[in-house]
Ligand binder design. Structure first.
Ligand SMILES: [Zn+2]
Length: 198
């Protein structure tokens, strides 16, 4: 069975306190699924994002940032993403026609095989908005830009099988504000999600 689901990191700020949120945490993608083995190879395409002003437009920053999950084999690549074929590939230079409007980045999570037990993920590719401004951990200062390091740690959470958490402060929370670098670091809730699957 093949399905395509687009999960986006939205920039929309959610008003907290207007309603009581249930006190549970992470959510795994449904159906529950994971890669067969770790470490999981995730490649970052070598052409970066034009809004990022470090030496390679965010590529090196992202290669480093996504190691935060602890189970990722991370490097850059000259091969663009091929949907449905491993390795999982992060594209900083295109929205893949799947990330528009308030979307900062989106991951195609529909490539998995149904089987007894946990389903098996065999690919997941990440695309990046070309409409918003980003900055990286390898540049200084931030002015109404979004942190590419944190956004990609979030997207790689989707790559490995995790959905959105309702814990504000978790990397897998579905929205982030400009200049917020919190999602670079995993919260306990994010680690619990990973340890549930791997
Ligand atoms: Zn997301």
């Amino acid at each position: 069975m093949r399905k395509q689901t687009i999960l986006s990191a939205l920039i929309t700020l959610i008003v907290v306190g207007a309603f009581a949120e249930p006190a549970f945490g992470y959510v795994l993608l449904s159906p529950r699924r994971r890669w067969a083995t770790t470490p999981i190879s995730v490649r970052t395409y070598y052409i970066g994002n034009n809004t990022i002003t470090d030496s390679d437009k965010g590529v090196t920053a992202v290669v480093g940032a996504i190691k935060a999950w602890g189970i990722i084999s991370s490097s850059s690549t000259t091969s663009a993403a091929v949907r449905g074929s491993a390795p999982a590939t992060i594209m900083l230079n295109t929205n893949g026609n799947i990330c528009t409007g308030t979307c900062l980045a989106a991951t195609l999570t529909g490539y998995y095989i149904s089987q007894t037990g946990d389903d098996r993920i065999y690919d997941a590719d990440v695309y990046t908005s070309q409409q918003h401004q980003f900055y990286s951990s390898r540049e200084s200062g931030c002015s109404s830009e979004y942190d590419i390091d944190g956004v990609m740690v979030h997207e790689v959470g989707h790559v490995i099988g995790i959905g959105h958490s309702n814990v504000s402060g978790a990397t897998m929370y579905p929205s982030v504000s400009a200049c917020n670098i919190g999602p670079r670091s995993l919260a306990t809730d994010d680690v619990n999600a990973k340890n549930d699957l791997y």
